[in-house]
Design a protein around this ligand. Structure first.
Ligand SMILES: Nc1nc2[nH]c(I)nc2c(=O)[nH]1
Length: 277
């Protein structure tokens, strides 16, 4: 099935990908899916035992990694949240390879991971990302619950007359659950810009005027597709840098990577605790 052929049904591609993953991992159903963005990579190991790891590009509809070697796999993890004998263990599908809209591979490839997760049986998806913060108190390394998004890409993953409601898109139930793990968690509105360039200071000020607290280049299109697929969504951002103009220093990619790496253990433990709930 060719995901890039308009005549192909993207949900048929997701079904095929899910069937391939079931065969490749030996796990018939995955209960929760995670998309791990910048800085969140370490969470997978804390979730439980890796049952299988599959190169993403071997599964239909997934692209070879944009950054060679960077998160180019799909992992099946048996969650450590059940005592032995308490019925079936739950499995998490960890999508290490995310296609960003700025890669110009089309919205179908951006949405394919969450559609595949739904086809694999998941009821919940955790979308994580690295982003810029508009709140000066949110130092690099601060995790923030996404309460809602503003989609500035002018795009949608939905095709045709699919009028999907986006009320409570970032489940307040799951945000409350997250706060039982860490009641100090901040919340914010995530603004997706198309990228790949960072925002100008004027665009960051605009995002603030519009009611945004976080600026990024992912997540909102995936969340819309996840809602259409019937998934409950938890969104978590890692502030890896102050958005342009919020602090006098220019953005440096090295700082972004370093902040993500330094925050890794804490946010990975947080994510594992939330998923284990
Ligand atoms: N748009 C946007 N995306 C980002 N990703 C990361 I990591 N930091 C940023 C940022 O400051 N702006």
């Amino acid at each position: 099935l060719d995901i890039d052929d308009p005549a192909t049904d993207p949900f048929a591609v997701a079904q095929e990908a899910a069937a391939q993953l079931a065969r490749a991992t030996g796990v018939a159903r995955h209960d929760v899916a995670l998309v791990l963005g910048s800085g969140w990579g370490g969470a997978a190991d804390l979730l439980g035992e890796t049952v299988a790891e599959v190169p993403a590009h071997e599964i239909t509809g997934f692209s070879a990694p944009a950054v060679a070697g960077h998160g180019a796999t799909i992992r099946s993890i048996r969650l450590a949240d059940r005592e032995e004998g308490d019925g079936e263990p739950r499995h998490a599908l960890v999508l290490g390879s995310r296609t960003h809209y700025y890669e110009n591979k089309g919205v179908r490839r951006v949405a394919h991971g969450v559609r595949t997760a739904a086809a694999a049986g998941a009821r919940t998806v955790v979308l994580t990302n690295g982003c810029g913060g508009l709140v000066p108190e949110w130092a690099p390394g601060t995790p923030v619950l996404i309460s809602d998004h503003i989609n500035l890409t002018a795009a949608s993953p939905l095709e045709g007359a699919t009028f999907v409601d986006l009320t409570d898109l970032y489940s307040s139930r799951l945000r409350d659950l997250a706060r039982t793990v860490d009641d100090s968690l901040a919340e914010g509105v995530y603004v997706q810009f198309r990228g790949p360039h960072y925002e100008t200071p004027a665009e960051v000020r605009m995002a603030g005027v519009l009611g945004g607290h976080l600026v990024g280049m992912s997540t909102s299109l995936e969340a819309i597709a996840a809602r259409q697929a019937g998934l409950e969504i938890l969104g978590l951002s890692l502030v890896t840098n102050a958005a342009a103009g919020i602090s006098p220093d220019p953005l440096s990619h090295e700082e972004v990577i370093e902040a993500g790496r330094a925050a890794g253990p804490r946010i990975s433990a947080l994510l594992a605790a939330i998923v284990g709930k």
